[in-house]
Ligand binder design. Structure first.
Ligand code: RTP
Ligand code: MG
Length: 141
């Protein structure tokens, strides 16, 4: 399988719960490396731009309100099949439907406050990484 990069966000609910380290441990235990990272308080414009694909959806305003409600931790993960592997680690969008042992099953409270974001394909990964890391300094090791 190819080495890929994917964009991950630890959302405001999980940052507030102080579980950044526990979530990073899951990435690392699955063989994903954190190759870029920064904490940020997103502006409305940044959150709206990031989730622009959902602009017409009924949950869009709630999603943006939530994403700006506190700081987020944004990282690029690298590893074999990183895009699908991260989605597997995350679990289903609705934590009530997420498999036991996934990040969302263990740390998320609701479909709105669902702990993490992960790119859902090769094109979105590329665009989302460029969106938050326009000058990506990657540290191979
Ligand atoms: P994400 O983009 O955050 O990784 O989540 P996802 O791929 O699992 O889900 P997506 O369909 O891309 O939706 C983005 C976020 O919008 C919220 N959502 N609410 N109320 C609803 O029916 C609903 N559907 C989606 C979720 O917070 C989801 O993470
Ligand atoms: Mg999505």
């Amino acid at each position: 399988m190819a080495i890929e990069r994917t964009l991950s966000i630890i959302k405001p609910d999980a940052v507030a719960k102080n579980v950044i380290g526990q979530i990073y441990t899951r990435f690392e235990s699955a063989g994903l490396k954190v190759v870029a990272a920064r904490m940020a308080q997103l502006s409305r414009a940044e959150a709206e731009g990031f989730y622009a694909v959902h602009r017409e959806r009924p949950f869009f305003k709630d999603l943006v309100d939530f994403m700006v409600s506190g700081p987020v931790m944004i990282q690029v993960l690298e590893g074999e099949g990183a895009i699908a592997k991260n989605r597997d680690l995350m679990g289903a969008t609705d934590p009530k439907k997420a498999e036991k042992g996934t990040i969302r099953a263990d740390f998320a409270d609701s479909i709105d406050a669902n702990a993490v974001h992960g790119s859902d394909g090769e094109d979105t990964a590329k665009n989302e990484i460029a969106y938050f890391f326009p000058a990506l300094n990657v540290y191979s090791r």
